[in-house]
Structure formats: C-alpha cells, structure tokens
Design a binder for this molecule. Structure first.
Ligand code: SAM
Length: 189
C-alpha cells in the first residue's frame, strides 16, 4: 500500500496526462509522508531518480530508483539550493502537492496556496529543460486565473484537473503543464 491517499491522485493524473516515464528524474515538493514519491519511484524505475522535499521528515523506502530527500521549507533560498544540488541542477519532471496549514478562512488559505504554487513554478523554471513536465496543486480562488496564465507562458500544453480521488475537496485543483518551452539562447559573437 501507499503512505497516503494522495498517491492515487498522482496515479490518476499520470494515467491521464502521461507525466512520468522510465528513467525520468523527478523533484517532488511537499512530499511527506511520501505517497507521491512511492508512485513516482515505481514509474521512473531503476534508471530514474526521485528527490522529495518537505519540512516534515520523509522516511526512506525500498525502491530500485534513486531516492533522495531534503528536509526544509521551499519558501527559503537555503532549501531551494539544497533541492537544486540534490537534483544535480536539472529535472525532467517537477511535481508539487504542497498545501498550507488550513485556517478555514477561504481567502487566506487560497492566498497561501497560490504562494506555494508560485514557489513550485519558480522551481520548475529553474530545473526543467525544454520538454519537461510540471504538476502543481492549488486551491481555487480569485488569484487562480493569474497563476494559470503564468503556467501557460511556460508550457506548450496546460490543463486543469480535479482528480476523482479528491472530488470531496471541491476547491482543490491540479494544474498540469507539459512540454516546457525554453526560448533558444541567441548565440553571441
Ligand atoms: N504528496 C504527499 C504524499 O503523497 O504523501 C502529501 C503532501 S501533503 C498534502 C502537503 C505537504 O506539503 C505537507 O507534508 C507539508 O508539510 C508540505 N509543505 C507545505 N508547505 C511547505 C513548504 N513551504 N516547504 C516544504 N513543504 C511544505
């Protein structure tokens, strides 16, 4: 079994959008307790690698894939630097299930969620090469469309999904960005 019910959400997203592949290197933000990491490790296989980060500890598990964990807060530059190092500076896929501690105050929870989603998008910009994929959780609300537009600037294909496994949490959405667009760097003379 998996460590979290969230694991099934990633399975569903991957079955539908084809994000994970054999040999891929995956960076998983907000990875504790490790359900998404388990699914990602299975699907990238022995030639693949998964890096999980969370400010909660993530215990290691038996896997053929490379597995590294980073403990820290993704809103700090220190942790982001650790993640870049653990990933050797690049990734094929960045996934984020980060969520704020819920206060029950809708606007505040939404704003915090969008802030975390933007951290994840920044990490995707830093680590993904052309063609890389991105999945991010975000709570719906007034800043959602602005965030979505920023994802659309970076990826050739973007979709918004509410996986079956999360139907009970109606404001929780996943944004999928496929095939990162990287403008060619002009050659100097
Ligand atoms: N995908 C995970 C799984 O399948 O096991 C579940 C993730 S849980 C829904 C959200 C996680 O985001 C929590 O473990 C929380 O600690 C983490 N998180 C929230 N804000 C964070 C931040 N700023 N930096 C790192 N992790 C964060």
């Amino acid at each position: 079994g998996y460590r979290s019910r969230s694991a099934y959400k990633l399975q569903q997203l991957d079955d539908r959008f084809d994000i994970l592949f054999g040999g891929a290197s995956v960076v998983d933000l907000g990875a504790a307790p490790g359900g998404w990491l388990q699914v990602a490790a299975e699907r990238v296989g022995a030639r693949g690698k998964v890096v999980g980060v969370d400010f909660q500890s993530i215990s290691h598990f038996e896997t053929d894939a490379g597995l590294e964990t980073v403990r820290g807060d993704m809103t700090t530059e220190e942790t982001r630097e650790h993640v870049r190092t653990a990933a050797n500076g690049s990734a094929d896929v960045v996934i984020s299930d980060m969520a704020p501690n819920m206060t029950g105050e809708y606007d505040l929870d939404h704003a915090r969620s969008v802030h975390l989603a933007r951290q994840a998008l920044d990490t995707a910009r830093e680590l993904l090469d052309a063609g890389g994929h991105f999945v991010v959780k975000v709570f719906d609300g007034r800043d959602f469309q602005g965030f979505l537009a920023d994802v659309e600037d970076e990826f050739a294909f973007v979709a918004t999904n509410s996986p079956d496994a999360s139907r009970d949490a109606s404001s929780e959405l996943y944004v999928v960005g496929k095939n990162r667009i990287v403008a060619p760097v002009a050659e100097g003379d």
